[in-house]
Write a protein that binds this ligand. Sequence first.
Ligand SMILES: [Zn+2]
Length: 69
Amino acid sequence: MSEAKSFRWSKCGCEEFYCNLRKHIIVIVNGSNKFLKEHKEVKRSYTDEEPYGPYECTNCGMLYNELNE
Ligand SMILES: [Zn+2]
């Protein structure tokens, strides 16, 4: 995601949006298959996957299907 392509809605000027991210997380469990903690590299997986809409403006609540003009 480059700065030049960054979407900003003209009416409120917001640059942050709620959206969805489907990701594959490696976790650590105990012998009873109960979640203990996330794998140490789990933070990186947030940027490995492409987030998708619908997007909701964090400021005004406007909904978008895609982040483009
Ligand atoms: Zn907004």
